[in-house]
Design a binder for this molecule. Structure first.
Ligand SMILES: [Zn+2]
Length: 266
């Protein structure tokens, strides 16, 4: 990634996108597997390896240029979603639900493999596809709205759980309060996070691309690719939740420290 993308930066996105000459050290494109007694859930599905093997993955020349400036992907065959699941002892067919934090290409890449699963996305995120020129906002309908996929476009309901304030609304994935989807807008207008609560262990908050770095989130500093005003508001909410739940483990999708924090919390 570009360091300006991780942030913080004062430069507007189009400026750093076309002038930055630097790259960060490699960062992960994470997909998380949640084992619940009622089924296996994915949180995000990674970047499709086809995007690095097929030059026409991104449809137009401008899309190819912009995407090549945003990030460079290295996706060896043993780093695909399928290979990662097998390493954990699962097959694609075991995945019953895939929750998508937002619809950018590095989170929706596994969709062609998930026709058997229920795909959960927020209604507000889906609405971004219906607005003018979704490609300019990184949404590629031909890789998202695939024939045969079972989309569950969710809205949020009152949580009525004071401990979770300032999150008054969420979506209870299994109806048992163990996996809650929370609106965490800012990176995109419909981004969501997943709160995983485990008996006797620290809770996990999978925040997608709200931040790329836990420390930047803690200090309330938005990344270089988001609605900064909205992101600051959301970061405050997440930091309040972290203060309330104390041992909450924050897991951003592209944070190089996330895997280690997750392993320590297992
Ligand atoms: Zn991402």
């Amino acid at each position: 990634m570009r360091p300006e993308h991780v942030g913080p930066t004062r430069k507007p996105m189009p400026l750093w996108l076309f002038t930055s000459t630097r790259w960060t050290a490699p960062r992960p494109v994470s997909a998380f597997v949640i084992e619940h007694r009622d089924g296996v859930v994915l949180f995000d599905t990674g970047q499709d390896r086809t995007s690095v093997t097929d030059p026409r993955y991104f449809p137009g020349r401008l899309d190819r240029l912009v995407n090549s400036r945003i990030a460079r992907f290295d996706i060896p065959p043993d780093q695909t979603l399928t290979a990662g699941l097998i390493r954990l002892g699962y097959r694609l067919g075991d995945v019953e639900t895939a929750v998508i934090s937002h619809l950018h290409p590095d989170h929706i890449g596994g969709l062609p493999l998930l026709a058997h699963a229920s795909i959960v996305v927020s209604r507000d995120e889906w609405a971004g596809l219906e607005r003018r020129r979704p490609e300019a906002r990184g949404l590629y309908r031909k890789h998202i709205d695939l024939p045969g996929l079972r989309w569950n476009r969710i809205g949020y309901e009152p949580l009525a759980e004071p401990r979770l304030e300032p999150f008054s609304h969420g979506y209870d994935l299994f109806g048992d309060r163990s996996v809650l989807l929370l609106p965490t807008l800012g990176h995109t207008p419909g981004s969501l996070s997943m709160l995983v609560r485990r008996p006797g262990k620290a809770s996990l908050l999978l925040v997608g691309d709200l931040t790329y770095d836990e420390a930047l989130l803690a200090s309330g500093q938005p990344s270089g690719m988001c609605d900064r005003k909205q992101t600051r508001v959301t970061m405050q909410q997440v930091n309040k939740l972290r203060a309330a739940l104390r041992d909450l483990v924050i897991l951003p999708s592209h944070d190089p420290g996330a895997a280690e924090r997750l392993a320590a919390a297992m």
